[in-house]
Design a protein around this ligand. Structure first.
Ligand code: URA
Length: 277
């Protein structure tokens, strides 16, 4: 190794170490130790949690009666579309389980052939808070669950260490449900095929706040071409639901110095949900 190579390697090591220390500082000092609980007072996170599972929110649309949810789709039904272009079985699905079964072993776009698992979504059907990402990566494709790889671990830290919630308190989904080859960006026809599923997931969960993770989630839900760097940090509305765009965890893995921006956005979300830090 030449002296120049050694110098380059040393610089790379110093850079990596600095990024790591900054990441630990941002995550550790701010997210890990963020909330000092008030003695004997239920934390707001606990209150957010205690509202969970099956407690219907008064402002929720009544669920579609189970009898109205088709148990199995005929070939003809698969092709039936509503005025918005979504299939009738998707529109009729009143629960996430019914929606998942309406989607079935999806072959509606060209991503179907390359997937291991369709990654539907995970979490609390009655969540106040919903995270929407771009689409499954390798780990998600293999495990069938969103945000379980490295970017997912970072999202989990934001939820658990930053917000003091559990992953199962929130709902997590993606714009597209199948992994694109080599994790390439989703293509417009793939987004168009999959979007009705996310739209219905949001209608069923009816979160109070959506956090759109990264450019694809934010731009797709907002129907906007504005860069994520300008969208993030400001409140938007998706069909009456407050939506906060923020940077994607995968971006944060490459740019840990920007975690502080995400923390700013997360603090706004916590304030909106009445959560203390
Ligand atoms: N990135 C995403 O956008 N979604 C996942 O589920 C995993 C990584």
């Amino acid at each position: 190794m030449t002296p120049a190579d050694q110098q380059a390697e040393l610089s790379a090591l110093v850079r990596a170490l600095r990024d790591h220390v900054e990441a630990e500082r941002d995550l550790g000092a701010r997210w890990f130790a963020a909330a000092a609980p008030v003695p004997n007072a239920p934390s707001t996170a606990a209150r957010v949690r205690s509202r969970d599972i099956a407690a219907p929110r008064p402002d929720r649309a009544p669920p579609v009666a189970a009898s109205a949810v088709p148990r199995a789709r005929t070939e003809a039904q698969v092709g039936e579309r509503s005025a918005t272009g979504a299939e009738s079985a998707v529109v009729a699905a009143g629960t996430l389980a019914a929606l998942s079964s309406a989607i079935g072993d999806c072959r509606r776009c060209k991503l179907a052939g390359g997937r291991t698992h369709l990654v539907f979504g995970v979490g609390n059907e009655n969540a106040d808070l919903m995270f929407v990402g771009e689409g499954p990566g390798r780990d998600e494709d293999l495990q069938g669950e969103p945000f379980v790889g490295r970017a997912g671990q970072l999202l989990t830290e934001i939820i658990t260490k930053g917000m003091k919630l559990r992953r199962e308190d929130v709902y997590i989904a993606n714009v597209i449900k199948c992994r694109p080859p080599n994790n390439r960006n989703p293509e417009p026809d793939e987004i168009a095929s999959c979007l009705p599923f996310l739209e219905r997931q949001i209608e069923i969960v009816r979160p109070r706040v959506i956090v759109a993770l990264g450019k694809f989630a934010a731009q797709t839900l907002l129907g906007s071409a504005t860069p994520i760097t300008r969208l993030r940090g400001h409140w938007h509305t998706y069909r009456g639901v407050k939506l906060m765009p923020t940077l994607h965890p995968a971006y944060l893995l490459r740019n840990p110095g920007d975690k502080r921006l995400v923390w700013e956005d997360v603090k706004q979300v916590m304030a909106e949900l009445g959560m203390s830090r």
